[in-house]
Ligand binder design. Structure first.
Ligand code: NAD
Length: 429
């Protein structure tokens, strides 16, 4: 029997292995310059910090935080902060690399980074989480910054977390610098300098990618069944827009279990329930509770993994019935599972395209803060849709031209842009 700790360990190692294999595969296919390959296969900077925080009961606990900056050839480092027990150097390395490919694919002037704290936030009060976040920000010091490295929300962090980071970061600056530092984080609450539409940007992007894929394959989404693993920021908003399109949510899995209703689960009803129940789906009425292991084998058309990495593996891939897997999460499908699924003709919209709406939305927030502008929701939505349509079109074109799968096509586009930057600039000295 595998222990919880062994499972976590495997998941973390798997992510780095996964992203490296994806990178190597695409690099081989495109014949990437060997010197540039040496640069891109490794991270630029890796920061590990230990910091003490006073708990509500007066005791002191010491926490471990990470920030890995993979590459900034195209612009400042950009990527989320995750609060989860699986966060460590390898996990942050893998996630930072995916950010580099994602920002490059989206054509943004940004690089890739990721980090977080190795913590189960459900064990701490809101006041403790605020002190942990503020002290982590202080420990990161000038290793983050609006023109250097810009964090954003990820698993178990949200707009409130970003507001605490912003406030702490600003408090350490001289008075005349404070108001020019709003763009040190994105994904802030709108009232604290955030952008309209950033909250929904990732899930909206997941929905758009599914819609573009369906249009490309002459599929009508009305009445199509979809299942979602992870009903947080990404899973909820993707479900919200898919339901509006007429698709039917039939199953959800989160950290508290799995629920199923062949007749459909109302997205807003579930969201309202979760708001009253510690953001968990357990106990939601009118559904069948199913075994977690049965989740991915459910009958459906669209499967959206929107929780953690390495959830679709050779153990469950063979039973997947969906026509398409839309990767809301980063790295949810491991390489063995991917090969099995592609062999069976299941389409996979890869994470670096599928969930790139989030970083595109973050880029819009960063631009607004930097330029002293405030855009309306309609403007943000229209710009996001345009950018994602272009990305999706580019991926489909390379996929067809080079006869590769969607992920390899997305990686080739991302890596080619970085290769060009290095070729044109050369290597100092
Ligand atoms: P979140 O914290 O808002 O939600 C995470 C969800 O996953 C929760 O419903 C939680 O219960 C569930 N979950 C956690 N552990 C689980 C497990 N072992 N099994 C099943 N469900 C589990 O996080 P989020 O921001 O929605 O991020 C989800 C995924 O999307 C992550 O992989 C993240 O890296 C990726 N992502 C997020 C953004 C963003 O803007 N938030 C952008 C791009 C990619």
């Amino acid at each position: 029997m595998i222990t919880k700790e062994e499972k976590r360990q495997k998941q973390k190692q798997g992510m780095l292995e996964n992203v490296m294999r994806q990178f190597n595969n695409a690099s081989d296919r495109m014949g990437l310059d060997p010197d540039i390959r040496k640069i891109l296969r490794i991270t630029n900077n890796e920061l590990l910090v230990h910091f003490p925080v006073k708990m509500d009961n007066g005791n002191v606990e010491v926490f471990t935080g990470y920030r890995v900056q993979h590459n900034n050839a195209l612009g400042p480092y950009k990527g989320g902060l995750r609060y989860h027990p699986t966060v460590d150097l390898d996990a942050a390395r893998a996630l930072a690399m995916w950010m580099t490919w994602k920002t490059s694919l989206a054509g943004l002037p940004l690089g890739g980074a990721k980090g977080g704290i190795q913590i189960d936030p459900s064990h701490y009060s809101t006041a403790e989480l605020e002190r942990i976040t503020r002290r982590f920000t202080f420990a990161l010091g000038d290793n983050i910054g609006p023109e250097l490295d810009i964090p954003a929300p990820d698993v178990n962090t949200n707009a409130q977390t970003m507001a605490w980071i912003l406030d702490t970061y600003m408090s350490t600056k001289s008075p005349n610098e404070r108001s020019t530092n709003l763009h040190v984080v994105t994904g802030k609450p709108v009232g604290a300098g955030g952008s309209e539409g950033r909250d929904r940007a990732t899930g909206y992007g997941v929905y758009l990618c599914i819609k573009f894929w369906a249009e490309h394959n002459n599929i009508n989404l009305k009445g199509r069944k979809f299942i979602v693993q992870g009903f947080g920021n990404v899973g909820y908003w993707a479900s919200f827009f898919l339901e509006k399109e007429g698709a039917v949510l039939t199953a959800v899995q989160d950290v508290s279990g799995s629920i199923f209703n062949s007749g459909g689960i109302e997205v807003e009803k579930l969201e309202r329930y979760m708001a009253r129940h510690d953001r968990k789906i357990a106990g939601f009425p009118g559904v069948e509770v199913i075994d977690n292991d049965a989740f991915f084998a459910l009958d459906c058309d669209i499967c959206i993994p929107a929780a953690l990495g390495n959830q679709i593996t050779e153990k469950n891939a063979g039973a997947i019935k969906a026509l398409v897997i839309a990767e809301g999460a980063n790295g949810p499908t491991d390489i063995q599972a991917e090969n099995m699924l592609l062999d069976r003709g299941v389409a996979i919209i890869p994470d670096i395209l599928c969930n790139s709406g989030g970083v595109i939305g973050s880029y819009f927030e960063w631009l607004q803060n930097r330029n002293g502008e405030i855009w309306q929701l309609e403007e943000v939505t229209a710009k996001l849709r345009k950018k994602l349509r272009e990305s999706f079109g580019r991926v489909m074109k390379v996929m067809e031209e080079r006869n590769v799968d969607m992920r390899t096509a997305a990686f080739i586009i991302a890596i080619e842009r970085l290769e060009q930057a290095y070729r044109q600039r050369g290597i100092f000295p």
